[in-house]
Design a protein around this ligand. Structure first.
Ligand code: NAP
Length: 307
């Protein structure tokens, strides 16, 4: 027998958990499905200091608090990787690798995943010096030299985290200005351990066959080539949306993000999208939480008006 819910939320990041809280508190039956532990990208973040109510909180700690809120009104949680969704009009079918569910409302909060640089050495030295998660792997580079590639919030925030561990952090950015928020930039510029290589693209990650020993860099202004030595390379060059199972619904834009209206409704009635997976300007925990609350409430209204 297929399990039935009023609301299924795919992805238990901050947006998904907030949707689950709102919908279950409105007395709907709710299932959150995630392929890993609840919290999403919050789990890869050390200090979160722009989520109201906490001067600073560890990502995994905030994840746990949100999970407790989400499940406190009866929302359930299931592990599973969603393979496909079928829109049957008044209900939707959700297929995971090991289960099949029916739901009146679907809320998609699958977020995004790190983008790869796509240069030689990146795959070869994955897990042997190349990393996409400073919180996970930073401790391996205590008192060693590391490179961070990118100039956005993630690159600069994680450079600041790594500077507490590493002996030197070199940020390599393709332009001469950072994209990161000014408050993070100011801190990074004031940090003696953080150095910048501007207007430069990493063209190869090099190693000794076993571990990373540096990168090759091409200067975009004068086309000069150089090398930077390091034991680790952390790559933070943005994200791509995790929307493959939803492509057949016709709700994604040309880059794969999901546009919604202010009610978080997608093109398909009864399917909402929230958080980082949505086509939007500001991808933050606070904005994901806002999206989640709106979708959870509108899920209730959708069910009321379709019953
Ligand atoms: P992002 O904002 O998209 O920044 C990506 C960075 O990588 C940019 O500096 C970009 O350069 C560079 N880049 C992109 N492709 C590249 C390539 N092929 N080679 C070299 N460099 C490349 O991504 P993000 O920093 O991961 O942040 C994602 C979202 O999460 C953003 O909305 C961000 O605000 C949010 N976030 C917020 C916080 C916070 O509030 N504390 C922390 C982390 C993330 P250009 O600048 O030249 O485009």
């Amino acid at each position: 027998m297929m399990k039935k819910y009023d609301v299924i939320v795919i992805g238990a990041g901050p947006g998904g958990m907030t949707s689950a809280l709102y919908a279950s508190r409105a007395n709907l039956s709710v299932l959150m499905i995630d392929r890993g532990i609840y919290g999403g990208q919050m789990n890869n973040t050390a200090d979160i200091e722009n989520y109201p109510g906490f001067k600073s909180i560890l990502g995994p700690d905030l994840s746990k608090k949100m999970y407790e809120s989400a499940t406190g009104f009866g929302a359930e949680y299931a592990y599973g990787t969603v393979q496909a969704v079928e829109d049957k009009g008044s209900f939707k079918i959700v297929r995971t690798d090991n289960d099949e569910y029916e739901t009146s409302v679907l809320i998609i909060g699958t977020g995004s995943q790190y983008r790869k640089l796509g240069v030689p050495g990146e795959e070869e030295y994955g897990g042997r010096g190349v990393s996409y998660c400073a919180v996970c792997d930073g401790a391996f580079f205590r008192n060693k030299e590391v490179i961070v590639v990118g100039g956005g919030d993630s690159a600069i925030q994680e450079s600041l985290y790594l500077s507490n561990l590493a002996s030197k952090v070199t940020v390599i950015h393709r332009r001469d200005q950072l994209r990161a928020q000014k408050v993070l930039q100011d801190r990074a510029f004031a940090d003696d351990k953080i150095n910048f290589v501007w207007n430069s693209n990493v063209t190869e990650i090099t190693g000794d066959g076993n571990k990373v020993n540096g990168v090759k860099v091409l200067n975009t202004k004068d086309n000069s080539e150089s090398t930077v030595d390091a034991n680790g390379v952390f790559i933070y060059v943005g994200n791509t949306p995790m929307t493959d199972p939803f492509k057949s619904l016709g709700i994604t834009d040309e880059k794969g993000w999901i546009p919604t209206n202010e009610r978080m409704e997608t093109k398909v009635p009864g399917i909402f999208a929230i958080g980082d997976v949505r086509a939007k300007e500001l991808r933050q925990i606070a904005t994901a939480v806002g999206d989640g609350g709106i979708a959870g409430q509108n899920a209730f209204e959708y069910i009321q008006s379709n019953n």
